[in-house]
Each structure stands twice: as structure tokens, then as C-alpha cells.
Design a protein around this ligand. Sequence first.
Ligand code: PAF
Length: 286
Amino acid sequence: MITIATPGEMRAWSARRHREGRTIGFVPTMGALHDGHLQLIADAAERSDDVVVSIFVNPLQFDVDADFDAYPRPIDADVAACDTAGVAAVYAPTAAAMYPSGYQTRVVPGALADLMEGPGRPGHFEGVVTVVNKLFGAVQPEVAIFGQKDFQQLRIIERMVADLDIGTEIIGHPIVRDPDGVAQSSRNVRLTTEQRSAAVAVPHSLDAAVDAARRPTTDPVDVVAAAVAVIDAEPMARHEYTTIFDADDLTEVDRFTDRSVGRVRIATAVWFGDVRLIDNRDLFGD
Ligand code: PAF
């Protein structure tokens, strides 16, 4: 496995692989790799000849400096995990290599970024699509894998790829959960033991919503209330939002006209101390 630090070297490596007739599967990450990332890597390996993993904590997508500073960066363990997982190249550029002096270009996402996470995290999705665009430019992947935990991010990236004629196929990989149901996230390591135990309230709130939604006459408002009641009953949790949304255009669903699997999802954001967890589920599916 090779570790690459600059966009130029990354592009040259990918060009060589492409000349050899090989395809590249890409897993963009901010590091602190967990089992969920390893499953994305395995998915990429099934769909391509060579897997590239990027590890870059992107300053552009953090609206709060303290969150950027606190983001875990176990780079040696991450590189070792990639090697064990059979990754061909780790792309780990520095911030100076990504955003050198004089850098000024941003990619501006559209209306999908104004919903759900958008209002509470100004500039976040602009930072995400800008960095993903740059990473795609350097890695030149045929296929890229993103986790469905960041469901809105997935939809915004699919939109960007379609709008900007980027030829990369985007795959959304199902959420990987710990045995107690908590969605795997690099942020989980920042929870105290007590907060990690309390975090089961998040998947439990989505379970409560799914149960409520199965009753034929339930209104989305009642389904959200069932979910929020579970969060509110956990003293260590601070609820930010819960919303039921259309899985395609992310608009809020205020009436269940379609109960088919995959059409309607529920998403939530919950704080435990200064750690913000997000999760989502197919309301009539998983
Ligand atoms: O999902 C993430 O880890 C990040 O938003 C991404 C896609 C790697 C861009 O920095």
C-alpha cells in the first residue's frame, strides 16, 4: 500500500492505474476509521480493482472551530487499518496541499443543502461538496462509496455529480450499527462511557417512530412526537431536531401518502455533551 500526500501525486498514481486498465473505487473519509468505514472499503473492493481511501479532516466543512479541533486524528492506526483491509492507496493530503495560499474556489450546493442539517450548520455542505469535488479530481474514481448515516450528504453529492457531469458512480452504503443499535461514527469515541450508554436513546427513538408509523392512521407529527419522547426521557441527551422526509428530494413529509419501502425516512440529531450524533432510518423499511 502506498500513502500519497499531494493532489499531483494522487492524480499521477490514478492515471497510471487507468493506463493499466484498472478501475478505482474510492472511500472518502475524515479518518478515525471504524468498522463502518471498513465495510465501505469492502464494498468498494467488490466494485473496483484498486481501492483508494482519503483521510482528510476538511476545515471547510466545520462551522464550529472547537469541533474541528476536537475531531479525532489517529492517522497511524488509520493507515494500518487500510493496509490490513487491502487498500491500494491512502490519500492523506495536508490542509496546505488542499487549500494553498491564494485558494479561493468553492462549489455551492443547491436547495438540498438548505433542508434538514443545513440551517443549523451554515457552510457545512458547501465545504463538503467543495472537498469531495477536489478529492474526485485527484483520485479520478470510477465509483465512490458514501455511508447512508449522512443521508443528506449522500443526496447532495449525487446531485453534484449529476449537475457537474462528474462521471463517478455514487453508491450509498447502509448504516453500520454497533450491537446495541448505535450508528457507527468517528464522533462516538468522544462520548464518555455514560454518554455512550445513553446514546442508545437515538436508535430507540427511531424504533419508536417506526412502531408508531406502522399504525395505519398515524400522522407524521405523532410519529415525530413518539421519537422525541424517547430522546426527552434520556437525561444526558439534548434533542436538536427530528424530521420525516422524502428520501429523494429531502422535503419534509407532512402526510403519509406513500408508505412504500425506501420512500419516506426519519432523521434525528441529538447532542450528548458537546458531541452531536445523527441517525436516520427508512420509516417503512429497515
Ligand atoms: O462523510 C465524511 O466523512 C466527510 O463529509 C467527507 C465526505 C469525507 C468529506 O470530507
